[in-house]
Design a protein around this ligand. Structure first.
Ligand code: SF4
Length: 417
């Protein structure tokens, strides 16, 4: 009986799954700051072998999609996101096969948002037109910086001219829904250079901008350089000034700062990423991808060999429990706070009180009182609601989001002991 209930609950949650992330792990080389699961394929000869490897990968991916649809069926995908890696390296036929498999398995809706990450120097106009024919309607261009010396220092393969060519091609193809990805806080980057990057970006009038602050991840070339004292990162206060400058320039230019690192003109927020931040279920396919289905997060193996072997065992997923994280209510509460507080709209404390209990809502308010006094946290009353909506102030609250989230994490983890 308990098992039946459990299955019933799972299928209810899964039938609401309307988003799919597809990981395309191939890159020409590994950037010095990147810890993503990628397979480096170079940019010189051996093109045939490369294409063969990518087709082999796409086959496994399609098999994973088909087997997953049997186990976790759903109808009506609203968002599909091809991320990487560098999805623009994938042959069109492979992309076509993946989309067709997704459509057969889950029925992509007519108005679905279908996004792809593309890198300057890895596509041309004909390729963009093929993407459009496949129904891809949102493009995320990995610009990162507009200065050749900075691009070289972070290990990117493209340069300023490639960025300009890529943007001209997007325009030529008539694509108006695109985003530019930028990174601040790079080694040797000055505030003036960051300002120049923002100006270059604004000149293009992209409907969406993602502005990330560099994080030194474990196992990267940058981590090794930092440990050896050879990574001249900007001082913390300069990095904070970059964040403030971004917020000021982009909001003045009419962008909504709808998420801690994301800005959009009205109507251009990324629907797919909102699914993550709102802690909704989603499919994840491909090497290293994470899915969130039936209340469980599952992360796939991070090398191709292990991933191929894992796909073959999909009919026996129970063998793979070490990669499954079941979330108890404590985890769910922390996830809801950590993801929701990234959003400008913040989190609805009444919904939290309803799901986790009023004592939790009260505890959150108590923990955050000192931050409310500093105007880093705002609690806005909502009509007819008891608790209201909690959000971080922009930009100062968002700048110290790590500190605030750490306090919440400690408070609730202590409570569990
Ligand atoms: S292109 Fe993107 S995914 Fe590939 S190595 Fe560079 S940062 Fe990582």
């Amino acid at each position: 009986m308990a098992t039946d209930d459990c299955l019933h609950n799972n299928s209810l949650m899964i039938s609401g799954t309307r988003a799919a992330y597809i990981h395309i792990p191939f890159c020409r080389r590994r950037c010095y700051y990147c810890d993503f699961p990628v397979a480096v394929v170079g940019d010189g000869g051996g093109r045939l072998n490369r294409e063969q490897a990518m087709r082999r990968y796409a086959e496994s991916l399609c098999r994973e999609i088909v087997l997953t649809a049997r186990e976790f069926p759903a109808t009506g995908l609203d968002t599909v996101f091809f991320g990487g890696g560098t999805p623009s390296l994938l042959p069109i036929e492979a992309l076509d096969a993946i989309l067709a498999t997704l459509d057969r398995s889950f029925a992509i809706t007519e108005n679905a948002e279908i996004s792809i990450e593309i890198d300057p120097g890895t596509f041309d106009l004909a390729q963009l037109k093929s993407y459009q024919q496949l129904g891809i309607n949102r493009y995320s261009l990995g610009v990162q910086a507009f200065q050749d010396d900075l691009l070289a220092q972070i290990g990117r393969t493209h340069r300023y001219d490639d960025i300009n060519r890529a943007i001209a091609q997007l325009r030529q193809a008539g694509i108006d829904n695109f985003s530019l990805d930028l990174i601040s806080g790079l080694p040797n980057q000055t505030l003036a250079q960051w300002e120049n990057t923002l100006e270059n970006a604004l000149r293009v009038s992209p409907p969406h901008l993602s502005c990330y602050d560099l994080i030194i991840e474990a196992g990267t070339a940058f981590e090794r350089q930092a440990e050896a004292g050879k990574l001249p990162l900007p001082p913390e206060e300069t990095a904070a000034d970059m964040y403030r400058l971004t917020q000021q320039r982009l909001t003045q230019a009419g962008y909504e700062h709808y998420e801690i690192s994301n800005y959009a003109l009205p109507g251009y927020q990324c629907r797919h990423n909102r699914v993550y931040w709102e802690n909704q279920p989603y499919y994840g396919f491909g090497m290293g991808a994470t899915s969130f289905l039936g209340g469980k997060r599952v992360t796939r193996p991070r090398t191709r060999r292990e991933y191929y072997a894992w796909v073959e065992t999909l009919n026996h997923r129970e063998n793979d429990l070490n990669r499954v994280w079941e979330r108890d209510p404590h985890d769910q509460l922390l996830e809801t706070l950590m993801l929701g507080l990234r959003l400008q709209q913040g989190v609805n404390l009444d919904a939290i009180a309803q799901q986790f209990g009023s004592d939790k809502a009260k505890r959150i308010i108590d923990v955050l009182t000192p931050y409310r006094q500093q105007n880093w946290v705002d609690l806005a009353p909502q009509n007819g609601q008891q608790w209201g909506r909690l959000r971080l102030s922009d930009p100062e609250g968002l700048l110290v989001s790590n500190t605030i989230l750490t306090q919440l994490f400690h408070a609730f983890t202590e409570e569990m002991r």
